[in-house]
Design a protein around this ligand. Structure first.
Ligand code: URA
Length: 233
């Protein structure tokens, strides 16, 4: 990449201003003052402007990952258990998860290296619905369904209205689809526990317009431009 573009993309100044800096002898490459305004920056070059080393902007990465059971949603685990970071092996840049899923929850997790975007997505004001398929022990009466839908006390916090739909009744269990609009710690598990039907299995299948679809367990894909915009709007 041409030196003036490299400096501009690192967010230092415009390309034209970068040319001025070069002409004024303010730019060094590998410790030597640059004389050539048309220099092409090579891999491994250390570029400094006014004595400060600059870093090129990382390409922004936005991924949808299908988290398997038994993975921790964090960058590191104090007990050395596998983390979701172990699953993303061929992407450059320092990714981090947006939001979290429990150790025993599977499904859709967003990962990115774009801190500003992640902050917007996580902000309660955006309130993206998060949809889960829960397998619960027992059955939901109309009364229990209504309590879950209206908002329920999960220990010092009353949940906001949720969409809850029974998908399938098994001999002793029920499969339920639930969409919540907040993300309290273990919220879905606490909601079902509060009505006496504890969660046995939990999978997140959508966040706003982003769907898990047929993504393989442990696999990931890039979000589309439309998906990236929809999550932060
Ligand atoms: N609610 C839960 O209880 N667990 C999760 O992982 C996500 C939402």
């Amino acid at each position: 990449m041409r030196i003036n573009k490299y400096i501009a993309e690192a967010g230092i100044c415009s390309r034209r201003k970068a040319d001025e800096l070069i002409n004024n002898g303010n730019v060094k490459v590998n410790g030597i003052t640059l004389k050539e305004p048309g220099y092409d920056v090579k891999e491994g070059d250390v570029v400094s402007v006014n004595g400060n080393v600059i870093n090129p902007v990382e390409e922004k990465v936005y991924l949808a990952l299908n988290k398997p059971l038994g993975y921790i949603t964090s960058i590191k685990d104090q007990f050395d258990r596998p983390t979701v970071m172990d699953l993303v092996t061929d992407v450059e840049g320092r990714l981090f998860p947006v939001g979290r899923l429990d150790y025993n929850t599977t499904g859709l997790l967003i990962m990115t290296n774009d801190g500003d975007w992640a902050q917007k997505v996580a902000h309660p004001k955006h309130g993206q619905g998060k949809t889960y398929i829960a397998k619960i022990n027992g059955f939901l009466t109309e009364g229990k369904l209504n309590r879950l839908r209206k908002g329920i006390d999960i220990g010092g916090f009353v949940t906001s209205p949720a969409e809850v739909e029974v998908m399938r009744e098994l001999p002793k269990q029920t499969e339920v689809k639930i969409t919540i609009h907040e993300g309290r710690y273990r919220q879905v598990r606490k909601m079902f526990k509060a009505v006496g039907t504890p969660v046995l299995e939990l999978e997140r299948v959508a966040i706003g317009d982003v769907k898990l679809g047929r993504l393989a367990v442990g696999g990931y894909r890039k979000l589309t431009k439309k998906e990236i915009e929809s999550l932060s709007k």
